[in-house]
Ligand binder design. Structure first.
Ligand SMILES: NC(=O)c1ccc[n+]([C@@H]2O[C@H](COP(=O)([O-])OP(=O)(O)OC[C@H]3O[C@@H](n4cnc5c(N)ncnc54)[C@H](OP(=O)(O)O)[C@@H]3O)[C@@H](O)[C@H]2O)c1
Length: 487
């Protein structure tokens, strides 16, 4: 008897509509979303790479860091002391987390959920002065009255040490890029992943992916009826493709049922394009780590190999998990049996990447100068001259830096000279050894932070920075390359 079963045309149309293969259906879905409201963030590859936590986000530098991150499609979480004030200041594209770095109980695991880097722009506030004095302070012309609102010991040292401690506990490994962490449930699993079964070719297999306590479960029933024999779940194309350049491969953490599955990457935006596939065996009911070097992926088009195709690591559009009766070029999966199946997935990561700074600290030029032999205080900026009256502000900032350097987290400590509210885009001078004086725009410090989280060239570095004459900066890599790592 021929293996025939009744085919579900409705499910076929649903699949194509989900993946926007029928553009009209996609339009309707988008229209509905526009009417009922979308998630806070649009889905994109870069956003799936984790959250950037900005501490001191309501400050002069912090608010500019947030604005730049949002403009460049990062997921941003702002650690703030006053949510309603922050919402007004930072807009609604930023997630707000209420906390205070001097109160460790407020710095929770929830604050660190999915965070891949911390940019810390906190600092004690000077006493409120009249508008004119404040204006001068913000222009880097005049320091405030020799008084600060909070204690620098508590904010600039203890507060930083608290933040470093919690960051060290929850930041991911520096050479990994988390693509999906299903143990940190994010709301849009159903928005991102959808089933692609052999129903698209007339078959009747069916599956789904859903969140369970230990991650996600890709499960269902695979049938060979109607010449079928595969079930899979695939992501929609990332709006901004993932850039996995510089990584060695993909790591899956899975618990299966003894069957052989496939993991597939796609580097073209086409629905029906070439997939890069890797078959892996699972062990019944046991968590295993599967490491797949990029050069072991096999290029396939409808299960036939395409020898010359190349996986473009700079533009990964989609991932897919599959259980199939077939291997490649007509070969059969040796561990295939029709019927129920289940593969639990904890995470999908890129591994073996270059290390980038994960804790970026805005400190201050001058932190090592108070009490340093040979320093002529007359020639030093006000913060150095008035360090004692200001509660030892620079001394405690240095202690805060020390806590970061001792943490083991890859870091970048930026020590700006006097900060101004002027336009950015100036030529910058970086120096090490804490000797320079000058000014720098808060805009340029914010840009420096953005460059820091994306550049692998410089980590575990401490440097001073000021603006200088000359043409605006064109090459950040070159600028960072001049830095020596701290001993
Ligand atoms: N002014 C200069 O010339 C100069 C020069 C070199 C370096 N720096 C340093 O550069 C950094 C950034 O400067 P800026 O002008 O952007 O500073 P800012 O405008 O004074 O901002 C400081 C930020 O830190 C936050 N903050 C203070 N205490 C906190 C706490 N306990 N918990 C959480 N957040 C806290 C403030 O939050 P609220 O809004 O809630 O108060 C504010 O968002 C500071 O560390 C500053 O000392 C300044």
């Amino acid at each position: 008897m021929k293996n025939r079963a009744s085919w579900d045309a409705g499910r076929f149309v649903q699949t194509l509509a989900y993946f926007d293969v029928i553009p009209f259906f996609g339009c309707i879905q988008r229209l509905i979303k526009a009417v009922i409201g979308d998630n806070q963030y649009k889905s994109s590859g870069e956003q799936k790479m984790g959250v950037i936590l900005v501490a001191g986000a309501t400050g002069g530098v912090g608010k500019r860091v947030v604005r730049r991150l949002v403009d460049r499609h990062y997921l941003v979480r702002a650690l703030v002391r006053d949510v309603s004030r922050a919402r007004e200041m930072l807009g609604d594209k930023v997630e707000l987390f209420e906390g205070d770095i001097t109160i460790p109980e407020t710095l929770t695991a929830e604050m660190m959920l999915d965070v891949r880097a911390v940019i810390c722009c906190t600092g004690v506030r000077p006493v409120e002065g009249d508008t004119q004095t404040r204006e001068k302070y913000y222009q880097g012309i005049k320091f405030y009255m020799p008084e600060v609102v909070d204690s620098p010991e508590i904010v600039d040292y203890q507060g930083i040490a608290n933040l470093v401690q919690v960051a060290g506990r929850y930041l991911p490994k520096a050479d990994e890029k988390v693509i999906f962490d299903f143990t940190n449930p994010f709301a849009d699993l159903k928005e991102t992943w959808g089933a692609v079964d052999d129903v698209v070719m007339g078959g009747v297999s069916a599956c789904e992916i859903r969140l369970i306590s230990e991650g996600a479960a890709f499960a269902g029933n695979v049938s060979t009826a109607n010449s079928g024999g595969f079930a899979s779940v695939r992501t929609k194309n990332f709006e901004i493709p993932l850039n996995l350049t510089g990584y060695t491969g993909v790591e899956l953490r899975v618990k299966g049922d003894g069957k052989r599955y496939k993991f597939i990457l796609r580097s073209e935006g086409k629905w029906n394009g070439i997939g890069f596939s890797y078959s892996f065996d699972t062990e019944p009911n046991r968590w295993i780590t599967v490491r797949i070097p990029f050069d072991e992926f096999i290029p396939v088009f409808r299960a036939k190999t395409v020898p010359d195709a190349k996986l473009e690591l700079s533009s990964i559009y989609a991932c897919q998990l599959m259980l199939s009766k077939f291997e490649y070029d007509g070969g059969l999966n040796p561990h295939f049996t029709p019927g129920g199946f289940a593969l639990q997935v904890e995470s999908i990561k890129a591994y073996g990447g270059a290390v980038k700074p994960q804790f970026i600290q805005i400190s201050s030029a001058g932190v090592t100068r108070p009490g340093r032999p040979g320093i002529n205080l007359e020639e030093e900026p006000p913060a150095v001259r008035m360090n004692n009256q200001l509660g030892g502000i620079l001394t405690w900032k240095l202690r805060g830096e020390d806590a970061i350097r001792a943490s083991g987290i890859p870091y970048m400590i930026i020590r700006p000279c006097a900060l101004t509210e002027k336009e950015g885009g100036k030529a910058l001078m970086l120096d090490q050894g804490d000797n320079i004086k000058g000014q720098i725009s808060r805009e340029d410090i914010a840009e420096l932070c953005l460059q820091a989280i994306s550049q692998p060239q410089a980590y575990n570095v401490t440097f001073e920075v000021k603006e200088t004459d000359g043409a605006a900066l064109a090459n950040w890599q070159e600028l960072f390359a001049s830095l020596q790592a701290d001993k």
